[in-house]
Every structure is written in C-alpha cells, then in structure tokens.
Write a protein that binds this ligand. Structure first.
Ligand code: AMP
Length: 822
C-alpha cells in the first residue's frame, strides 16, 4: 500500500510519523460482515447466508475513533456484491443510506422480492445495478429516476406482465441502461413470455402540453399558465418552481376524463425571474414527460453602479445598468450630451439583462474633470445618475507659480501646461518603473534567483481581483502591484510575489474583440455523465447545428452549477461578476486554438446552468488512462477481474509526452502560463491523440492533488517548482517544471508524485532541492529531461521547444504502435 512505503533514506521522525498514520488507520477499521470479504472500497459476499439483513459494516471498537468519520469509511465503499443470500427479501431505504459513494451494486441469485421506494435516494453515484436471478415480480422506474445508470441487469427475473413493467419494455426498445442486450421475460398468468411480446393496452407514457412556450410579462403583473398531462394511466402533474422569486400559487388540480390539468399563477412578477424556465412534469407508471415555459420579464432600467474613475487607471467611469428590454444609454457632461468620439466612448458587455461597461477616456486631462450623468431608458422608464470624474489636477494648482511661457495661443492647443504636468508625471512613472525593476533585480532577488519584473495575479485567491483563479497569463504592463498574500512554511511567513496575468478586460486592452460562439440549449442533448469537476458535471452530449457538414456531433459539455464558486466571489454582485468572468474565460478559450489543445466550441448561457462545449475526447483524462494502461490495471466485470487493458510501451509514452510538449509550446508562444499542468488536466482521444484539456476547473475529483492554503486557495504543490511554492510566481519556466512532473507521471503509469509524503513534507522536500526519483521503466535520456525541467534556477531549465524536439527524436527512434488503443 502506497501509504506505508518507506523510502530507504528515511529519517527517524518520518518513521514515527508513518507509524502514527498507521495507528489512525487501524483505529478506523470497520468490521467486515460475516461470510463476506472486504477491502476499503469493496464488500464481496458470495457465500450462502441465511441472515435477513443487508451487509452492513460494523465499527471495530478500539476505544478511539481516529480522524476519519464513520460516514467517510462507508462513503469509500464503491462496490457491493451479494450472491446466494436467501434471507435478504426486501432492500430497505436504511440498508443503502450510508453507502453514499456506491457505484456498483449486485444482489443476484437470492431471494429479493421488493425494493423500497427510496432505497437508492442516497446513492447518486450508482451506475451499475445487477438484480439478476431474484424472484422480483415488479419494479418501478422511479427508483432509478435520479441515477445516471449505465447498466441495469435483470436477467432471469420473471416479472408479472402488466403496466407496472411496461417501462422496462420501453427502456429495452430504446436501448437504455444496457437492457436491450438482455433476454427478459414476464409471466402473464398462464405462461412465461418474452417481455418484448407483452401487449398492454391503455398503458403509455404521458403526454404533456403547456399554454405558452415563451411568455413575456411586465414586472409586477399577475399571470396564469396551465399545464395539461394526458394519457393512460392518467398522470400526476406538477410545476417545479424552485428558486422562483415571484409569489406563486398552484391552483387546484382539474381532472378531465383523460386529462389532468394544473394552473400556476405568478403574482407580482419579479425582474429576478427574467429568463426563468418554468417546468411542468407529468408522471405515471410508465415514465415521465416534461414541458417548459421561458419567462421574459420587462422592467424599467435602474443604474446599479456608477463609479468614480479609479485613481490608479483614471481612464474609465464604470457602470452597471439593469433593464429589459435593453436600455439605451446616453452620457451628459456640462449639460451637453457627449457624442461618441475616439477620445470618449462607451464600451460595454451585455449579460442577460445587465449592461456592464465603461465610459472610456483616452488620455484625459483636467479639462475632463467634472460631473458625468448617465441616462438609461427603455419603453418602461428613464433613470439618471451623476458621478464626479476627477482625472488630473490642473497644472500647478498646488500654488506653484505658473511659469510664463510665450507661445502663440491656439485654443485647441491649450493643453501645454497639462503636457508639462503629464510629462513630469510620465517621468516620475518611468523613474518608478526603473526603481521597481532594480529592486526586483537586486533587492528582492530570491534565493532561487528569480529575475525580471514581477507582475500581477490576483494575489490572495480570496482577494478582490475578479480573475484570481482563471489561469490566463500574459504579462501586461497595465497593473503593477504587490500582493498581500503569504504562504506559511514551517515557522516562516513567506510573501507571495504576484504572477503575470493575462488581463483581457474588454475595456482596458487594445485587443480585437473575440467572438464567442453561443450555442442554444435546445441544440444540446445530454447523453451520459463523463465526470465531475469541482464546479459541475461534465457530460457527453450530442450537439446540433455546430458543424456545417454534420447535422449533429458528439461533444463534452461542462456545466457550471454555481458560477460564483468558480469565478469572482468577492464582488458585490457575485453572480453577475461570475458570469462576466465566465465570458472572459470563454473568450480566452476561443482564442486558444491548436491541435494539442482541446477544441472549445462555445458557450450556452440561455438559462442555468452555464455550459461550455468542448470537443469530446473518447478516452477521458490522461491520468485515468495511464492508470488503466499500467501494470496494476484490470477490467472488472461483475466485480471480477477479467483482463488487463494492455500496458503502455515506451514509444507510446514518448508519443504522449511529445504531444503535451507541443501543446505547451503553443501556450508559451501565446505567453499563456497554465499553472496547473498535470496529467489529470490532459485528455486522450482516438489513436492516442493527447491534448491539454483543462484550464482551471478540475480540482475536485483529484482534490488530494491540491494543497489548501488559507481560504479557498488550492495549490497543486506536487507539480510546482520552489519559486511557485514560496512566492506563487508562475511563469513559462514553472510550467516547464510541471511538465517534468507530467513526464514522471507518464512513466509511473499515473502515480501521484511524492505519493509517500504528506503535503507539508512535499513542500519541505521541494524547497530544499530534492527531486523525484527515476521511475523504474524510465530510460536515462528521459530522466535527464526531467532533471532539466527541475533545475532550481528557472532560467536554467530546458525550454519547452527543446524538450519537444528531444522527445520527438527519442520517439522516432522507437516506432509507435497505436493499434491496441484505437
Ligand atoms: P473537469 O471538469 O475537467 O475536471 O472534468 C472532469 C472529468 O470529465 C475529467 O476527468 C474527464 O474524465 C472528463 N472530461 C472532461 N472533459 C472531457 C472531454 N472534452 N472529453 C471527454 N471527457 C472529458
């Protein structure tokens, strides 16, 4: 077991530390149920047992519960296999509720006769259920309605023919949950017939209709919508109105002979329900149908924010206006409307019913000081707000006598004095920048020899910068600042020097606008879950109208359940700010286009959740792929090892590494610093095609790869060089260090770097200059590349172009056999 691996050159305190972990581990062990065998993740019971109860782990009484809660120990169980248990007749809600991480459940060849209605309500990860060879007579689809089942096995279960099991017949016809591969039967009283031959009348899926599909109302209005569910059996019908802001009342159900209808009345409709989707659901024994209404709420404009120009930038009056239909904006200065010009113009972005932007000034002077009034109007009203814009002090306004200068006076050149002031200010700025560079070069030079100007990231990830965790990274001279952040290592508090960031704010930078493709929600049909990141699920989906040549194509969609978790959390309106950051992230992804960067197709923002659409990479993330093609990999069928997946050979490993290096070369050419390069963030497609595939949203399933400092800051320290750990300085060179770690992961078939050490120990090792050992199957030439990536001095590290060349040459010397991985 990795946990107890003790490296040969270990010191006594580490041995003590490992012993203490071992004690904790022992004190947390659970007793395996009798006649079963258990591992920390599996319970396997295949001997006959007359006990009536579902096998429940029992906590060993050691007098000490240790650090792990019992819930955690149960949660770690991913597979339960029960065979030949004749006593277990009913699967109850309580049997399953502790196994919240369960993915596979087999109860076969037993005496199971019934399953309670909520038996699987606490097992959202269940993907595989096998109930074969049990005397079940019926089963309800509702048991499985919140699961994303890959497989439901019901072989040799002979149900009673009837409407109750019509859904199984339909699932078989639709090929759902692998039912179409099974020969199923039912008993019609007289004989056993194939389920597909069962003919039941008055037993079909419900139909549903709603009175509107798009509904436009004015804020404060009252409106009633109706939903009709029809069919046999007559369905139950209801509206789902979670998080609706308007007051709503369900009106009584009306039952017609073949229709069940239900009204929903919204009273005092709220602007916060603009874009809300009202959904109605009809359910009967056979299944469910739903229909929805998209709500559009019109309301007069309000100016939510109008800020004085920031002293630091002094070029922009920021505003946020809300209204629907989109308000028209006008600006006034000294009682006159400001016409758009090259010197003063409005730049803005639209997010649903918000307008966010800047009144932008090019080189403003003290002549521009004064009140600025913003007027926003739509057909429902007009609103105004005024702010004082202070750009520069009038020259010599501090009492210094104005020098007498004889010039021929031309009114449009009345800015001479201003020019002097601007000149002086410019000189002072140049002086400051030079000083800053010198301080960085000589004064602040770290023991790792970091050189050059230090530019800005967000600093503390919990700080006020809206871009803090988005991994964009080009140095821009717009903002130089020192961050307040620090990491505590041992007894030392180490300041964080902030990182170059690519601040692609629409208002400030002179970049051409990026067109992010918007994809309609109705064009996306989810097929199955591919995985889960920290901020939402990733699904395989079919997307219509994306490619000019194909009417639909497979894509991977990343849903963002709560964007405020990912993006700006500290602003006044986190949802809005988060949506803005989402837009920026989308722009960034749109701009990154390379054969070894996963293709980004666009976003879907009409309603929640926000969605990003990517190219689908058939084999998922590289870390999983490496583990599946390593020496320990097995394919499990019904919990039994069946075959190995085929180990990766040297040439394939080199091929993988070369492609990642090619992707990184491209990122470096774009001055993009990734900051989280690791195999978990690369994806594998057909024919061993590998691409860099994640730009900052994958910190959940692999949460043990990250080290938490302070509030939400999660650092992938095992992939970070000393200067990133100590100062959080991230550069193209720190990405090269991470690439060295990626190579190590590839040649260890996906092991976690420093798996035998705790995070604090890893920090200690890396900062004191220790590097990872050469993996067993790694040729010297490749380990030399790793060592070249792990030079302490960033400048002495290999550059990614050279790395790519060397790997490519090594790979060419060993032919690539791709056939086993097609
Ligand atoms: P992430 O949000 O990047 O952490 O994704 C979670 C998981 O979803 C990954 O570990 C992959 O297994 C899977 N995944 C993400 N993106 C894709 C994609 N483009 N194609 C296939 N699988 C993906």
């Amino acid at each position: 077991m990795d946990l107890f691996f003790i490296p040969p050159r270990i010191c006594w305190w580490r041995v003590l530390f490992l012993l203490s972990i071992f004690q904790d581990y022992l004190s947390n062990m659970l007793d395996c149920p009798p006649t079963c065998s258990c591992s920390p993740t599996e319970i396997y019971c295949n001997k006959s047992d007359n006990g009536k109860f579902f096998p429940l782990l029992a906590l060993q009484d050691t007098g000490n519960n240790g650090n792990n809660s019992i819930e955690d120990l149960f949660k770690n169980i991913t597979s339960i296999h029960i065979e030949n248990w004749t006593g277990l007749q009913t699967l109850k809600d309580v049997d399953m509720e502790l196994y919240t991480g369960l993915q596979r459940l087999t109860i076969m060849n037993g005496n199971l006769r019934g399953i309670q209605a909520r038996a699987f309500s606490q097992n959202p990860h269940l993907r595989y259920i096998n109930l074969s060879k049990n005397p079940l007579t019926t089963l309800s689809w509702q048991l499985f309605q919140n699961l994303q089942l890959f497989e439901l096995r019901l072989e040799e279960v002979v149900f009673e023919c009837g409407c109750d099991i019509r859904w199984i017949q339909l699932w078989q016809q639709r090929g759902e949950a692998g039912l179409h591969t099974q020969l199923l039967f039912c008993n019609n009283g007289a004989s056993k017939i194939p389920l597909q031959a069962m003919n039941i009348s008055l037993c079909d899926l419900p139909d549903i209709s709603v009175t509107h599909y798009n509904l436009t109302v004015i804020e404060g209005d009252r409106v009633t919508v109706t939903c009709n569910g029809s069919g046999s059996p007559l369905p139950e019908v209801d509206w789902t109105v979670n998080d609706l802001h308007s007051i709503n009342t369900h009106q009584s159900n009306v039952y017609w002979p073949n229709v069940h209808s239900i009204n929903l009345t919204l009273v005092n409709v709220s602007r916060d329900d603009n874009f809300y989707i009202l959904t109605c659901i009809a359910e009967n024994k056979v299944g469910m149908a739903n229909a929805s209404i998209q709500l559009t709420v019109h309301f007069p404009p309000t100016i939510l924010k109008l800020d004085e120009p920031e002293r630091r930038h002094e070029t922009c009056i920021e505003f946020t206006v809300r209204g629907n239909p989109q308000p028209t904006l006008r600006w006034f200065h000294r009682d006159k409307e400001i016409p758009p010009s090259d010197y003063i113009r409005t730049e803005m972005d639209t997010y649903q019913d918000y307008l966010e932007g800047c009144l932008n000034f090019k080189d403003p002077t003290h002549h521009n000081n004064g009140n600025y009034t913003l007027e926003a109007s739509n057909f429902l009203g007009v609103t105004t707000k005024t702010v004082y814009g202070h750009f520069l002090n009038a020259p010599f306004s501090d009492g210094t006598p104005t020098p007498t200068i004889t010039v021929t006076h031309r009114p449009e050149e009345d800015t001479f004095g201003v020019s002097i002031a601007v000149g002086l200010a410019g000189f002072a700025c140049v002086l400051l920048v030079v000083l800053f560079v010198l301080i960085n070069k000589y004064g602040r030079r770290s023991k790792f020899g970091m050189k050059g100007p230090v530019a800005v990231i967000s600093g503390e990830e919990d700080s006020a910068s809206p871009l803090h965790h988005v991994n964009h990274g080009i140095i821009t001279p717009c903002t130089l600042d020192a961050g307040p952040d620090a990491v505590v290592i041992g007894m030392t508090r180490i300041p964080v020097i902030e990182n170059p960031q690519y601040f692609r704010h629409g208002h400030n930078c002179n970049k051409p606008a990026t067109y992010v493709q918007h994809i309609k929600r109705r064009d996306i049909i989810l097929k199955r879950e591919l995985g889960e990141g920290a901020f939402g699920k990733v699904f395989l989906a079919e997307c219509y109208n994306l490619s000019p040549t194909k009417d639909k194509m497979l894509v991977a969609v990343k849903t963002l359940k709560d964007p405020t978790l990912v993006f700006s959390q500290t602003l006044k309106d986190p949802t809005l700010a988060a949506r803005k950051d989402f837009q920026r992230e989308a722009e960034l992804l749109t701009n990154l286009q390379h054969e070894h960067i996963v293709k980004f197709y666009g976003v879907c923002v009409d309603g929640d959740p926000l969605i990003m659409v990517f190219e689908y990479m058939k084999h998922g993330d590289l870390n999983k792929f490496l583990r599946a093609h390593g020496p320990d990999a097995m394919i499990l069928v019904d919990g039994q090892p069946l075959q190995t997946n085929g180990e990766l050979g040297l040439s394939q490993m080199l091929h993988i590494a070369t492609q990642i290096a090619a992707g990184m070369m491209y990122l470096a050419s774009q001055h993009f610093v990734h900051r989280d390069l690791a195999t978990r963030n690369c994806l594998v497609g057909n024919g061993l095609l590998v691409k860099i595939g994640d730009f900052g949203m994958s910190r959940d399933i692999y949460s043990t790869d990250y080290y938490r400092v302070g509030g939400h800051t999660m650092l992938p320290i095992r992939w970070m060089p000393p200067e990133s750990i100590m100062y959080r300085k991230f550069t193209t060179e720190s990405d090269v260090w991470s690439f060295g770690v990626i190579l190590w992961e590839i040649f260890t078939y996906g092991k976690q770097p420093w798996f035998q050490l705790a995070n604090n120990e890893v920090i200690e090792c890396i900062t004191q200059g220790r590097v990872l050992e050469r993996p067993r199957v790694c040729p010297k030439e490749v380990y030399d590349i790793m060592l070249g990536c792990w030079q302490r001095e960033p400048q002495q590290r290999l550059n990614i172009k050279d790395i790519q060349k060397i790997l490519y040459a090594l790979g060419k010397a060993t032919p690539v056999y791709l056939d086993i991985l097609g």
